[in-house]
Design a protein around this ligand. Structure first.
Ligand code: FES
Ligand code: FES
Length: 168
């Protein structure tokens, strides 16, 4: 049966201009594409992981204009005129971000699949002054699921990085 014309998908190609990891990018993309697919499939930033693709695991967490965003639930079009940071953009050259170093120091990962999203949320947790106690950290990080159960190390890493980040 032919669907009513109002139900036919009408994705069109749009041009967006955005800044990803300090690089200005102009890209033609399907208006229905997710930010996650744009980052991974079109721009090659595969550090951001696709877990559930339904907003439930946090593996795809990035920063948009400095705030956390689930890139699987964010239209690529929403990045137009904004600044996007992925895990590839947090280190300064060969120098790891304090949070990345703390994750290594505190064994805050096993398979590492959730780690990019965890690190992006963890940085936001400190920047938004929510790393004030273990409970507060757990609450802030509750949208990031780790199937390996590395939560103890993750909380320890955030506590350790928090003082360094707040000094800096
Ligand atoms: S992949 Fe986006 S929340 Fe799971
Ligand atoms: S370290 Fe394996 S999913 Fe978190």
């Amino acid at each position: 049966m032919v669907p009513p014309s109002s139900l036919v998908e009408t994705g069109t190609t749009i041009r967006i201009a955005t800044t990803v990891n300090s690089q200005f990018v102009e890209i033609d993309i399907d208006s229905r594409a997710s930010l996650l697919d744009m980052l991974r499939e079109r721009l090659g930033f595969t550090g951001t992981k696709k877990g559930c693709d339904h907003g439930q695991c946090g593996a795809c967490t990035v920063h948009v204009d400095g705030r956390t965003a689930l890139s699987c639930l964010t239209l690529a079009a929403k990045a137009n005129g904004r600044t996007v940071t992925t895990i590839e953009g947090v280190a300064a050259g060969d120098t790891l971000h304090a949070m990345q170093r703390a994750f290594i120091d505190h064994d805050a990962l096993q398979c590492g699949y959730c780690t990019p999203g965890q690190v992006m949320s963890a940085i936001a947790c400190v920047r938004q002054r929510q790393a004030t106690s273990k409970d507060s950290i757990r609450e802030f990080m509750s949208g990031n699921i780790c199937r390996c159960g590395a939560y103890v190390g993750i909380v320890a890493a955030i506590e350790a990085a928090a003082s360094e980040m707040q000094e800096g």
